[in-house]
Design a protein around this ligand. Structure first.
Ligand SMILES: Nc1ncnc2c1ncn2[C@@H]1O[C@H](COP(=O)(O)OP(=O)(O)OP(=O)(O)O)[C@@H](O)[C@H]1O
Length: 522
């Protein structure tokens, strides 16, 4: 019999006469006549047919979505995640019932085979520290946790220690004191603000190096959910069940962190820092939190109509300024990481993710916007937007700005792939300097921003750098770090290679970005 999430099985019963026998060696009939369920494992495909369920009679899934399978006291129990349609979120399905006496000998080995495949190389019974932010996004974190996340952990027999955060800064305090022996991963049911706190809590831990080796698993319940989108991909980036599955089955992946030095204080950022238009819209739309990600779109339109100049001086320690080369580096990286990422690397608190990425081709040194790498002899079409480098290799951006947006990870929200060529662990951060341009051009730039199309705009200057500095020449503006408000004073950011760890289903950011087939947009 199949039960929706939460209901428990019937007691083991001898099946009545007349129950159909199993149809082939890979199929097991579970439950009593009339309400029986056929469970078939064929390669990696799990098929569950439950004729009594008129709404969802045929459930197909991948064996990697199996959370648990066992034969216990004559009952066959199976829990897994499946999609009702290819676009649906993952739903929890339970099958539980007695098996025929004749089939008992096959039921045990089938359960073992399901579990061996489902957890190949992955530790079972993960010990999870779960943080739930009740206030993130539209404020339904607790409901999501109780209805859709905790039942998945329960089905996978995880050992869960959960805390609902009570105030801003609570997650940071908990992570600062975290007993590192106790957990395999920290699961964060929130948006990016609570992840920012977890990172900074680890940084303040008495053993920060070990704390940063504890992988973070984002479960999206905020507005932007940048980390969840980058780790889970666009389809699953807003699916709390996919986030829970990644907490149970994901493998460690290194990510770079960025230190933000401001007024003698150091903090860490995992996603982004922005001043100008995007900081104003991020921080100025807090009151629209109930709208979820839509608040960013409305904030952008409002900001463009105001057309304010971003009052800062931007300097960078530049490594690459050739957009085409960046796309080529990204795709070389993706080929490499997919080959390196083993499906069977085990997860334990001390497990090592694959080593941080080293570019196979040396980075070009880029001066004044012109790449001086002999393999990509592109001539600049326009006067350079940056100065000649000083003795320490710093250049200064010399055009009026609408915004500066810097960070790691392609998506900052579902509607904006701001850093399409970002690589998780190469020690470089991406810096976007958007020139002040017409309102029409800025509104048009929204078109395709979910695919990163704005990357190709001539007025969008895109740099890869090891560090950058922002010096405001006015005081009345905003700085947003990972979506959190910071003082609007001078700051310098440096990239720290592979410093933190996240759980990932695939070992790299899940976002495709390629060279355009036709000419880039102007
Ligand atoms: N119980 C609470 N009451 C008030 N604020 C809280 C509480 N728990 C956590 N917070 C704070 O809520 C802030 C916002 O949370 P979060 O970033 O998770 O959501 P969001 O801003 O909607 O999502 P995103 O950052 O993805 O846009 C965090 O900075 C965190 O400090």
């Amino acid at each position: 019999m199949c039960f929706p999430c939460g209901r428990r099985s019937a007691s083991p019963l001898a099946l009545p006469l007349g129950t159909p026998a199993h149809t082939d060696a890979n199929t097991l009939i579970v439950g009593a006549q009339g309400r029986s369920t056929a469970v078939t494992l064929n390669g990696d495909t799990l098929l569950v047919q439950r004729n009594a369920d008129k709404r969802w009679p045929r459930v197909e899934s991948n064996v990697h979505h199996v959370l648990w399978a066992e034969l216990k006291g004559g009952l066959f129990n199976l829990s897994f995640l499946a999609r009702r349609t290819p676009q649906s979120p993952l739903a929890l399905v339970h099958v539980s019932g007695s098996v025929r006496i004749d089939d008992i000998e096959r039921a045990g080995p089938l359960a073992t085979r399901l579990m061996d495949k489902a957890y190949a190389g992955i530790k079972r019974h993960r010990k999870l520290k779960v943080l739930v932010n009740p206030k993130s996004g539209p404020g339904n974190g607790i409901e999501h946790y109780n209805r859709r996340i905790e039942p998945v952990f329960h089905a996978a027999r995880c050992i869960v220690d959960s805390t609902f955060t009570s105030y801003g800064g609570h997650a940071l305090e908990l992570m600062r004191e975290l007993d590192l022996e106790q957990y395999d991963a920290v699961v964060v049911v929130s948006g990016d603000g609570s992840i920012h706190e977890v990172i900074n809590g680890f940084a303040e831990h008495r053993d920060p190096e070990r704390a940063f080796r504890i992988p973070i698993a984002p479960v999206p319940s905020g507005s932007g959910n940048g980390l969840a989108l980058n780790v889970l991909g666009v389809q699953d980036g807003y699916d709390v069940s996919a986030g829970a599955l990644n907490a149970i089955k994901g493998r460690p992946m290194h990510i770079d962190l960025m230190s933000v030095m401001q007024d003698g204080q150091k903090s860490f950022s995992f996603m982004s820092q922005t001043v100008g238009l995007f900081a104003d819209l991020d921080l100025g739309t807090e009151w629209m939190r109930c709208l979820g990600a839509q608040r960013f779109v409305l904030g952008y339109i409002f900001g463009v109509l105001q057309k304010r100049r971003c009052p800062v001086q931007l300097s960078l320690r530049l490594v690459e300024g050739d957009k085409r080369k960046m796309v080529q580096d990204l795709n070389a990286y993706r080929v490499n990481v997919k080959a390196q990422y083993t499906q069977h690397s085990p997860l334990s608190p001390t497990a090592q993710a694959p080593t941080p990425w080293t570019a196979t081709t040396a980075y070009a040194s880029t001066i004044g916007g012109t790449t001086v790498n002999s393999s990509t002899p592109l001539e600049p079409k326009h006067p350079s937007p940056v100065s000649e480098p000083d003795a320490d290799g710093w250049v200064t951006f010399n055009r009026p700005l609408s915004y500066v947006y810097a960070g790691k990870g392609p998506y900052v929200s579902k509607d904006l792939m701001q850093f399409p060529v970002s690589i998780p662990d190469d020690g470089l951060l991406d810096v976007v300097a958007q020139e002040l341009t017409s309102r029409k051009a800025m509104l048009t730039a929204m078109d395709g921003s979910e695919h990163g199309d704005q990357f190709w705009l001539d007025t969008q200057h895109y740099f890869r750098a090891t560090a950058y500095r922002v010096e405001p020449y006015k005081s009345n503006s905003c700085l947003s770090v990972d979506g959190e408000a910071y003082p609007f004073t001078s700051f310098q950011v440096e990239c720290h290679r592979g410093m933190a760890t996240v759980l990932s289903p695939v070992g790299c950011y899940q976002a495709e970005f390629h060279l355009p087939e036709d000419e880039p947009r102007k």
